[in-house]
Design a protein around this ligand. Sequence first.
Ligand code: ZN
Length: 224
Amino acid sequence: MSKYLCDLTWSDVSDYLVGRKDIILPFGSVEEHGYHLPLSTDGDIAIKISEGISDLTDIIYAPLVWYGVSNSTVSYAGTIMVDFSSLMIFAASLFNSIKNNGFKKIYLISGHLSGSEISALKEAGRRCTDLEIYMLDYSLLSFDDIMESERYHACELETSLMLYLYPNKVDLKKAVDEEIIVDKYAVNGLSKTKSGVWGSPTRATKEKGKYIYQHIVNEFSAYI
Ligand SMILES: [Zn+2]
């Protein structure tokens, strides 16, 4: 039976809370991912990771929060973002509402692993008392055994995940590899690539995506 919060009735949730107090809350973004992936990529991946963990652990998962902090891609058409403080205040309010329902543990899944996004969610978590919050950040997992290139943006890793999870959303013929030069000391001197890709999506395969997805879901399910 689905453990997607919005498919349940209030009495289903009430019954669940008698036995356990944990919930998964996914975050995405609406931002450019090159010529070959849709703006929904981060959210799409976070939803599937949440579903996969829920299937293995029977934990409820909440609907995804689509808008995030996307400072480094905001100059591309289609990227729609909220700023750091807005996300932090919104997330803190959401965490409190979840707590008021009777939940005591929130597992955050972010498909959009920008530094500002993660910092905003962590800061929101610090403002909530009587609640355990965990950031299941898949950028902390290693995929060196299967990846042939570095993990950046719209890269081999994200493209492989999308090829496995949503093959109809990927147009691999349009994928291009690009490198970005970043001034690591610049506060706001963000570099751009022409395509919006930073990495090597042409090395992506469905098989790599399956391996990476299963590794993420198994690792986080074991942690929970
Ligand atoms: Zn992404």
